[in-house]
Design a protein around this ligand. Structure first.
Ligand SMILES: CC(C)(COP(=O)(O)OP(=O)(O)OC[C@H]1O[C@@H](n2cnc3c(N)ncnc32)[C@H](O)[C@@H]1OP(=O)(O)O)[C@@H](O)C(=O)NCCC(=O)NCCS
Length: 295
């Protein structure tokens, strides 16, 4: 029998403040975490508020309103109380998530840091197969160059249709990329003053873009996305957009910049390494098919 039970009905603010103070997993800012609960799930049953006999031990969410090439929902463990065994929580969360996986989704995926410590046998029992690895990378901005290519302009609200179209095209083959539906994506475009889009155009056609998010409190920026149209790659556009993003982050007073990249994404990884990013953490993403025995 499980030593945890699922609690229902907690307010989002309560879950968010737990996740903020007992952070676990990805480097999501408070805005994005809130969207997990408000925009990226179709049903409150996809929130996992795990308690032991006395207290809340973990919070996770199965994001089913994100689209990715394998049509999976994404399980995110976002908060874990100090001293609680991550392994046992993950096992419970995967089981809970699998039992409420919406019928429209083919499976679920989740990323775990190296130290999560599940054995091969436990992974097998949960039906989890290795899917891809990701690096969390960062670089110091103090030595970043300032200024950006004159071909780059800052995106405005009126650019959102073109940027959305390019995002869908540029990331269509990335198994590690999950996007919200078109309406949610567009509603959120430039909704936060901390989000900057850098655009690369040629003859009025958008060929590449980067999305930079600044966290003024942490003085840390994130390159959330960098995408170049398939027919315009290998010409230096990605490099120039990345350099432009770093320069803007520095001008806004940020001290570091971080990003996440799939290890298998050789082209992006080489670009980030060339531009001074260093691997800080490794995550392994696992996938569980709807019927694990068939995956
Ligand atoms: C990753 C990505 C943004 C790179 O964009 P890009 O415009 O092709 O990047 P660049 O042209 O600056 O650099 C790519 C390569 O072209 C080479 N290159 C740059 N300028 C060049 C030029 N003038 N002539 C020939 N080659 C050139 C670079 O040396 C680099 O070589 P490498 O990949 O073998 O290391 C692009 O491949 C992409 O959109 N991929 C899909 C989305 C994605 O994965 N984004 C990153 C998510 S983390």
């Amino acid at each position: 029998m499980s030593r945890f039970h699922l609690h229902r009905g907690a307010q989002i603010d309560e879950l968010l403040s737990f996740a903020e103070s007992q952070r676990w997993g990805g480097t999501y800012g408070p805005d994005l975490l809130r969207r997990f609960f408000t925009e990226f799930i179709s049903d409150p049953v996809l929130v996992f508020d795990l308690w032991d006999t006395k207290q809340r031990v973990a919070v996770g969410v199965l994001l089913d309103k994100l689209r990715n090439p394998s049509n999976d929902a994404c399980l995110e463990l976002i908060g874990l109380a100090a001293g609680v065994d991550a392994r046992a929580v993950i096992i419970e969360m995967v089981r809970s998530a699998a039992s409420v996986l919406p019928a429209s989704r083919s499976g679920l995926q989740l990323a775990l840091p190296d130290h999560a410590g599940l054995s091969e046998a436990e992974l097998e029992t949960l039906g989890l197969r290795t899917f891809y690895d990701t690096f969390e990378m960062s670089r110091d901005l103090r030595n970043a160059a300032t200024g950006r290519s004159p071909s780059i302009r800052i995106g405005e609200r009126s650019d959102r249709d073109a940027v959305y179209q390019l995002a869908v095209e540029a990331f269509s083959e990335n198994p590690d990329t999950s996007m919200p539906d078109e309406k949610t994506w567009k509603d959120h475009f430039l909704a936060s003053p901390d989000s900057v889009f850098l655009l690369w155009e040629n003859a009025g056609k958008l060929l590449g873009y980067a999305n930079l998010i600044v966290d003024r409190q942490q003085q840390s920026a994130e390159v959330r996305t960098l995408g170049v149209s398939k027919t315009s790659r290998q010409r230096g556009i990605g490099t120039m957009l990345l350099r432009g993003a770093l320069s803007i982050a520095k001008a806004k007073g940020m001290v570091t910049c971080h990003l996440t990249v799939a290890v298998q994404n050789r082209s992006a990884l080489a670009l980030y390494e060339r531009e001074g990013f260093i691997v800080r953490k490794t995550f392994r993403c696992y996938r569980r098919g709807r019927n694990p025995s068939e995956t």
